[in-house]
Design a binder for this molecule. Sequence first.
Ligand SMILES: CC(C)(COP(=O)(O)OP(=O)(O)OC[C@H]1O[C@@H](n2cnc3c(N)ncnc32)[C@H](O)[C@@H]1OP(=O)(O)O)[C@@H](O)C(=O)NCCC(=O)NCCS
Length: 243
Amino acid sequence: MDHSLNFLIGIAARPQTAPRARARFLTTSDLPALLDLECEKWSEDQAASQDDLRARIENHPELAVGAFCSRTGRMLASLFLKPVPDDFCQRVFTWKDCTLLPSARRSSSLFGISLSSRDPIGVEVLLNFFWPHALKGGWRQIYLGSPVPGLRDWRRRHPHAPVEDYVFDKRGSLPADPQLRYYHSRGFKQIVSVKPDYFPHEPSLDHGVMLRGAIPLAALGPLWRSISLPAVQRITRRMTRLL
Ligand SMILES: CC(C)(COP(=O)(O)OP(=O)(O)OC[C@H]1O[C@@H](n2cnc3c(N)ncnc32)[C@H](O)[C@@H]1OP(=O)(O)O)[C@@H](O)C(=O)NCCC(=O)NCCS
Protein backbone atom coordinates (compact mmCIF):
# COMPACT_ATOMS: atom_id res chain seq x y z
CA MET A 1 0.00 0.00 0.00
CA ASP A 2 1.16 3.57 -0.70
CA HIS A 3 2.70 4.75 2.60
CA SER A 4 1.28 8.19 2.03
CA LEU A 5 -2.20 6.75 2.59
CA ASN A 6 -1.36 6.92 6.28
CA PHE A 7 -2.17 10.64 5.93
CA LEU A 8 -5.78 9.63 6.40
CA ILE A 9 -5.56 6.77 8.84
CA GLY A 10 -6.91 8.94 11.65
CA ILE A 11 -9.99 9.59 9.56
CA ALA A 12 -10.47 5.99 8.56
CA ALA A 13 -10.40 4.73 12.13
CA ARG A 14 -13.63 6.59 12.91
CA PRO A 15 -17.09 5.17 12.21
CA GLN A 16 -18.97 6.89 9.39
CA THR A 17 -21.83 8.95 10.81
CA ALA A 18 -23.67 12.07 9.67
CA PRO A 19 -21.03 14.79 9.23
CA ARG A 20 -20.51 16.78 12.42
CA ALA A 21 -18.41 19.30 10.56
CA ARG A 22 -17.97 20.71 7.09
CA ALA A 23 -14.97 22.38 5.47
CA ARG A 24 -14.70 25.08 2.82
CA PHE A 25 -12.25 27.69 1.60
CA LEU A 26 -12.02 30.76 3.82
CA THR A 27 -12.96 34.32 2.85
CA THR A 28 -12.33 37.62 4.59
CA SER A 29 -15.84 37.37 6.09
CA ASP A 30 -14.39 34.61 8.31
CA LEU A 31 -11.88 37.00 9.93
CA PRO A 32 -13.82 37.49 13.24
CA ALA A 33 -14.14 33.70 13.72
CA LEU A 34 -10.47 33.20 12.77
CA LEU A 35 -9.33 35.79 15.31
CA ASP A 36 -11.44 34.13 17.99
CA LEU A 37 -9.84 30.72 17.26
CA GLU A 38 -6.40 32.28 17.04
CA CYS A 39 -6.84 33.92 20.47
CA GLU A 40 -7.97 30.64 22.00
CA LYS A 41 -5.18 28.45 20.60
CA TRP A 42 -2.09 30.70 20.47
CA SER A 43 -0.38 32.93 23.01
CA GLU A 44 -0.18 36.67 22.41
CA ASP A 45 3.33 36.56 20.91
CA GLN A 46 2.36 33.70 18.59
CA ALA A 47 -1.14 34.67 17.42
CA ALA A 48 -1.64 36.11 13.95
CA SER A 49 -3.17 39.58 13.68
CA GLN A 50 -6.25 40.39 11.61
CA ASP A 51 -3.95 41.84 8.94
CA ASP A 52 -1.82 38.65 8.87
CA LEU A 53 -4.94 36.50 8.49
CA ARG A 54 -6.38 38.75 5.79
CA ALA A 55 -3.10 38.62 3.83
CA ARG A 56 -2.99 34.80 4.05
CA ILE A 57 -6.52 34.56 2.62
CA GLU A 58 -5.98 37.19 -0.07
CA ASN A 59 -2.59 35.81 -1.17
CA HIS A 60 -3.79 32.22 -1.51
CA PRO A 61 -7.57 31.82 -1.17
CA GLU A 62 -7.20 28.31 -2.64
CA LEU A 63 -4.87 27.35 0.23
CA ALA A 64 -6.86 28.76 3.16
CA VAL A 65 -9.32 26.25 4.60
CA GLY A 66 -11.69 26.25 7.55
CA ALA A 67 -13.85 23.60 9.19
CA PHE A 68 -17.14 24.50 10.80
CA CYS A 69 -19.63 22.73 13.07
CA SER A 70 -22.55 21.57 10.88
CA ARG A 71 -25.08 22.38 13.61
CA THR A 72 -23.90 25.73 14.99
CA GLY A 73 -21.61 27.03 12.24
CA ARG A 74 -18.83 27.62 14.80
CA MET A 75 -15.33 27.52 13.36
CA LEU A 76 -13.54 24.35 14.56
CA ALA A 77 -10.24 24.48 12.71
CA SER A 78 -8.25 26.53 10.23
CA LEU A 79 -5.33 25.74 7.96
CA PHE A 80 -3.21 28.17 5.95
CA LEU A 81 -0.71 26.96 3.36
CA LYS A 82 1.60 28.56 0.81
CA PRO A 83 3.60 27.24 -2.16
CA VAL A 84 7.34 26.99 -1.45
CA PRO A 85 10.31 25.90 -3.58
CA ASP A 86 10.94 22.16 -3.24
CA ASP A 87 14.35 22.86 -1.64
CA PHE A 88 13.12 25.64 0.67
CA CYS A 89 14.04 23.75 3.87
CA GLN A 90 17.75 24.27 3.32
CA ARG A 91 17.26 28.01 2.91
CA VAL A 92 15.19 28.85 5.99
CA PHE A 93 15.93 28.99 9.70
CA THR A 94 12.77 30.34 11.27
CA TRP A 95 8.99 30.23 10.82
CA LYS A 96 9.16 33.90 9.83
CA ASP A 97 11.68 33.03 7.06
CA CYS A 98 9.17 30.51 5.71
CA THR A 99 6.32 33.01 5.71
CA LEU A 100 8.46 35.71 4.02
CA LEU A 101 9.68 33.47 1.18
CA PRO A 102 8.12 34.59 -2.11
CA SER A 103 5.48 32.06 -3.14
CA ALA A 104 6.97 29.53 -5.53
CA ARG A 105 5.59 29.49 -9.08
CA ARG A 106 6.69 26.00 -10.05
CA SER A 107 6.82 23.60 -7.17
CA SER A 108 5.12 20.55 -5.79
CA SER A 109 5.56 21.60 -2.16
CA LEU A 110 3.34 23.45 0.27
CA PHE A 111 4.32 24.92 3.62
CA GLY A 112 1.83 24.89 6.49
CA ILE A 113 1.90 28.43 7.85
CA SER A 114 -0.53 27.56 10.59
CA LEU A 115 -2.94 24.90 11.80
CA SER A 116 -5.31 25.77 14.65
CA SER A 117 -8.04 23.55 16.02
CA ARG A 118 -10.47 23.37 18.91
CA ASP A 119 -11.95 20.00 17.88
CA PRO A 120 -10.10 17.05 16.26
CA ILE A 121 -13.04 16.39 13.93
CA GLY A 122 -12.35 19.83 12.43
CA VAL A 123 -8.81 18.82 11.39
CA GLU A 124 -10.04 15.54 9.93
CA VAL A 125 -12.75 17.21 7.86
CA LEU A 126 -10.37 19.94 6.79
CA LEU A 127 -7.67 17.52 5.55
CA ASN A 128 -10.31 15.42 3.84
CA PHE A 129 -11.70 18.48 2.06
CA PHE A 130 -8.30 19.66 0.93
CA TRP A 131 -7.07 16.29 -0.38
CA PRO A 132 -8.78 16.35 -3.84
CA HIS A 133 -7.87 20.03 -4.28
CA ALA A 134 -4.24 19.18 -3.48
CA LEU A 135 -4.26 16.43 -6.12
CA LYS A 136 -5.81 18.71 -8.74
CA GLY A 137 -3.27 21.44 -7.86
CA GLY A 138 -0.35 19.06 -8.49
CA TRP A 139 0.92 19.29 -4.90
CA ARG A 140 2.91 16.30 -3.68
CA GLN A 141 3.92 17.19 -0.15
CA ILE A 142 3.19 19.46 2.74
CA TYR A 143 5.93 20.66 5.09
CA LEU A 144 5.25 22.11 8.51
CA GLY A 145 7.30 23.18 11.49
CA SER A 146 5.96 21.41 14.55
CA PRO A 147 6.49 22.50 18.13
CA VAL A 148 8.07 19.85 20.40
CA PRO A 149 6.28 20.64 23.67
CA GLY A 150 8.00 17.86 25.64
CA LEU A 151 11.48 19.24 24.98
CA ARG A 152 11.76 21.58 27.99
CA ASP A 153 11.05 18.80 30.52
CA TRP A 154 13.35 16.38 28.70
CA ARG A 155 16.14 19.01 28.68
CA ARG A 156 15.93 19.29 32.50
CA ARG A 157 16.65 15.58 32.74
CA HIS A 158 19.28 15.55 29.93
CA PRO A 159 21.09 18.90 30.13
CA HIS A 160 23.98 17.91 27.86
CA ALA A 161 22.41 15.59 25.28
CA PRO A 162 21.75 16.81 21.71
CA VAL A 163 18.14 17.88 21.02
CA GLU A 164 18.02 15.32 18.19
CA ASP A 165 18.11 12.54 20.82
CA TYR A 166 14.70 13.72 22.01
CA VAL A 167 13.25 14.56 18.59
CA PHE A 168 14.04 11.11 17.19
CA ASP A 169 13.18 9.26 20.41
CA LYS A 170 10.35 6.71 20.04
CA ARG A 171 7.82 4.97 22.25
CA GLY A 172 7.30 1.77 20.32
CA SER A 173 7.01 2.89 16.72
CA LEU A 174 5.74 6.39 17.58
CA PRO A 175 7.59 9.62 18.41
CA ALA A 176 8.04 10.25 22.15
CA ASP A 177 6.96 13.89 21.85
CA PRO A 178 3.16 14.30 22.00
CA GLN A 179 2.88 16.80 19.15
CA LEU A 180 5.25 14.86 16.87
CA ARG A 181 3.10 11.82 17.68
CA TYR A 182 -0.01 13.83 16.73
CA TYR A 183 1.44 14.75 13.34
CA HIS A 184 2.87 11.26 12.79
CA SER A 185 -0.65 9.82 13.08
CA ARG A 186 -1.77 12.29 10.41
CA GLY A 187 0.88 11.24 7.92
CA PHE A 188 3.65 13.73 8.78
CA LYS A 189 6.15 10.97 9.46
CA GLN A 190 9.37 12.27 7.99
CA ILE A 191 11.54 14.50 10.17
CA VAL A 192 13.41 16.73 7.74
CA SER A 193 15.34 18.98 10.12
CA VAL A 194 15.43 20.44 13.60
CA LYS A 195 15.48 24.23 13.77
CA PRO A 196 16.53 26.06 16.95
CA ASP A 197 15.00 29.56 17.37
CA TYR A 198 12.23 28.56 14.96
CA PHE A 199 9.48 30.50 16.79
CA PRO A 200 8.58 31.65 20.31
CA HIS A 201 7.37 28.48 22.06
CA GLU A 202 8.57 28.02 25.61
CA PRO A 203 7.81 24.32 26.15
CA SER A 204 9.69 23.62 22.88
CA LEU A 205 12.58 25.90 23.94
CA ASP A 206 11.74 27.77 20.70
CA HIS A 207 12.67 24.75 18.57
CA GLY A 208 10.67 23.69 15.54
CA VAL A 209 10.85 20.32 13.82
CA MET A 210 10.32 20.48 10.09
CA LEU A 211 8.08 17.57 9.08
CA ARG A 212 7.10 16.32 5.65
CA GLY A 213 3.76 14.71 4.85
CA ALA A 214 3.30 13.09 1.46
CA ILE A 215 -0.10 13.74 -0.11
CA PRO A 216 -1.71 10.34 -0.68
CA LEU A 217 -1.90 9.26 -4.34
CA ALA A 218 -0.14 12.44 -5.51
CA ALA A 219 2.33 10.29 -7.45
CA LEU A 220 -0.46 9.73 -10.03
CA GLY A 221 -0.13 13.44 -10.94
CA PRO A 222 -1.03 13.41 -14.67
CA LEU A 223 -4.17 11.33 -13.94
CA TRP A 224 -5.56 13.97 -11.54
CA ARG A 225 -4.97 16.73 -14.08
CA SER A 226 -6.94 14.84 -16.72
CA ILE A 227 -10.14 14.34 -14.70
CA SER A 228 -12.60 16.83 -13.23
CA LEU A 229 -12.56 18.00 -9.60
CA PRO A 230 -15.91 16.30 -8.82
CA ALA A 231 -14.46 13.02 -10.14
CA VAL A 232 -11.34 13.41 -7.96
CA GLN A 233 -13.60 14.22 -4.99
CA ARG A 234 -15.62 11.04 -5.59
CA ILE A 235 -12.40 8.99 -5.66
CA THR A 236 -10.92 10.52 -2.49
CA ARG A 237 -14.29 10.15 -0.67
CA ARG A 238 -14.35 6.48 -1.59
CA MET A 239 -10.70 5.99 -0.58
CA THR A 240 -11.43 7.60 2.79
CA ARG A 241 -14.29 5.16 3.42
CA LEU A 242 -12.18 2.17 2.34
CA LEU A 243 -9.17 2.95 4.49
C1 LIG B 1 -2.17 20.98 17.49
C2 LIG B 1 -3.68 21.15 17.25
C3 LIG B 1 -3.90 21.75 15.86
C4 LIG B 1 -4.34 19.79 17.34
O1 LIG B 1 -5.73 19.99 17.31
P1 LIG B 1 -6.81 18.79 17.33
O2 LIG B 1 -6.70 18.00 16.06
O3 LIG B 1 -8.13 19.43 17.59
O4 LIG B 1 -6.35 17.81 18.49
P2 LIG B 1 -6.16 18.02 20.08
O5 LIG B 1 -5.77 19.44 20.42
O6 LIG B 1 -7.36 17.46 20.77
O7 LIG B 1 -4.90 17.08 20.34
C5 LIG B 1 -4.96 15.71 20.00
C6 LIG B 1 -3.84 14.98 20.67
O8 LIG B 1 -2.59 15.49 20.17
C7 LIG B 1 -1.64 15.67 21.22
N1 LIG B 1 -1.10 17.02 21.15
C8 LIG B 1 -1.21 17.85 20.11
N2 LIG B 1 -0.57 18.99 20.37
C9 LIG B 1 -0.06 18.89 21.61
C10 LIG B 1 0.72 19.74 22.44
N3 LIG B 1 1.09 20.96 22.05
N4 LIG B 1 1.07 19.31 23.67
C11 LIG B 1 0.71 18.10 24.08
N5 LIG B 1 -0.03 17.25 23.34
C12 LIG B 1 -0.41 17.63 22.12
C13 LIG B 1 -2.35 15.43 22.49
O9 LIG B 1 -1.73 14.24 22.92
C14 LIG B 1 -3.80 15.17 22.17
O10 LIG B 1 -4.11 13.98 22.79
P3 LIG B 1 -5.33 13.86 23.84
O11 LIG B 1 -6.50 13.61 22.93
O12 LIG B 1 -4.89 12.71 24.66
O13 LIG B 1 -5.41 15.16 24.57
C15 LIG B 1 -4.34 22.08 18.34
O14 LIG B 1 -4.08 21.55 19.63
C16 LIG B 1 -3.87 23.51 18.29
O15 LIG B 1 -4.48 24.33 17.62
N6 LIG B 1 -2.81 23.81 19.04
C17 LIG B 1 -2.26 25.14 19.16
C18 LIG B 1 -1.55 25.58 17.95
C19 LIG B 1 -0.55 24.57 17.40
O16 LIG B 1 0.30 24.04 18.10
N7 LIG B 1 -0.67 24.35 16.08
C20 LIG B 1 0.22 23.50 15.33
C21 LIG B 1 1.46 24.23 15.00
S1 LIG B 1 2.30 23.48 13.66
